[in-house]
Every structure is written in structure tokens, then in C-alpha cells.
Design a protein around this ligand. Sequence first.
Ligand SMILES: *Cc1c(COP(=O)(O)O)cnc(C)c1O
Length: 229
Amino acid sequence: MLTRAEITARLADVRGRIADATRRSGRAKETVTLVLASKTQSPETIRIAYDAGERNFGENYVQEAATKRAAMGSLETIRWHLIGHLQTNKVKLAVSIFDLIHSLDSVRLATALARAHPTPSVRVLIEVNLAGEPSKTGVAPDAIDALIDSVRDKVDIFGLMTIPPAGGTPESSRPHFAQLRELRDRLAAHTGLALSELSMGMSGDFDIAIEEGATIVRVGRAIFGERRR
Ligand SMILES: *Cc1c(COP(=O)(O)O)cnc(C)c1O
């Protein structure tokens, strides 16, 4: 586990890289939200990042997030993001915790979210499986128009999220990021929804994601170190 000084220093480095990437792209640095991917991290570790000024945390599992949130007490301005897959049987608990769900990928899930929290509608991103990887969740690009048509009255769709194929170089993510942005531009024109958020980029490639238009980056290991489980 890293010390407070180490986490704070790594956080400063990530913030600097975000500022550099936005500068290279001619964007204001406020146009990018850093979500700290805090799966497996303890409440104490999350608190270190909170004390350093961070407010957005991304969790992969609903129950893990619920346990940590309870342990951390009331931190008014903290915002939790669900970045992992959501099962319909966890929806009720999920809507009580998360401000934004990055992983909507089915009508069934949208229906369950609307039932659990009709007003205001739950805020979601649609997770896109751009490369059609069978091992991954997310909707295929050619099914996304139909999905948006079916769910737009049930949930509040803020944009798109993707996880590029693992194992390549950071640069190999770039075409996937560009493809998500192009898909968003086409969908926004076609549906009339703003779809202003693009959640893409992790520890290895968040600079590149920002150059390609990311508004939310999800960063874990670059801040907290390698995960031990
Ligand atoms: C774990 C995770 C991240 C962060 O990955 P790092 O390589 O630790 O930066 C981002 N997005 C999702 C969906 C994740 O599960």
C-alpha cells in the first residue's frame, strides 16, 4: 500500500498530465473530470485522495461501494460512479449510491433503473463494446441506435463509455477513442441528445483519450499503485 505522500505525489502527476493533454488539445482543463478507480482500495486510501481534493470515485461492484461508503461516513461532496457491470438484482442498492452509472447496456437494465428510481431519472452512460469482444459487456455499435430509442424515456443518457482492448500499447487505444467520439457525434445529430460525456481512458492511455475528446477519465493504478487482488 502506498503512503499518503506517495498517493498525493502520484495524484499531482496525473493532474499535471491531464492539464498537459488538455493544453495540447486546446481545451480548458476543467473540461475533464478525473474519476479515481478505487476498486480494492480501502476507505482510508480513498480518504487520502479525498483530503487531497478529489471528489469523484469509480467502483466496479455495488456491494463493495456500499460497504466503503458506509465506512466513510457522510462526505457531502463526494460522488460515486459505477464503472463496472450492473446486474438487475443490484439496481435498488445501486441507485441509492451512484451519481452516474457508466455501464448501461440493455433495455432490461434501463427498465429496472426506471422502476427503482423514476424521478429524477437515473443518470447513465451507455457502455459501447467497440471491438465486439465477446468477453466484454457493453452494446455493439450497430445496436446502439435501437437501444437509445428504447431507453431514452427511462433513463437520462449523458454520453458514452468504452474500455479499449487490453494488452496493446497506449497508442493502440487511440483509434478506439476516436471511434467512440465519432459514434457520439453521429448519435447526437441523429437523436437530438447532447451526449456530452465521453468516459474513456485509464492509467496507461488517459492522455491519449483526452486528446481524442474524453470528458471523464477513469484512473486507478497511476494513483494508487498496482492492485494486490
Ligand atoms: C479498474 C478500471 C479502471 C482503471 O484502471 P487502471 O488501469 O487501474 O487505471 C478504469 N475503468 C474501469 C471500467 C475499470 O474497471
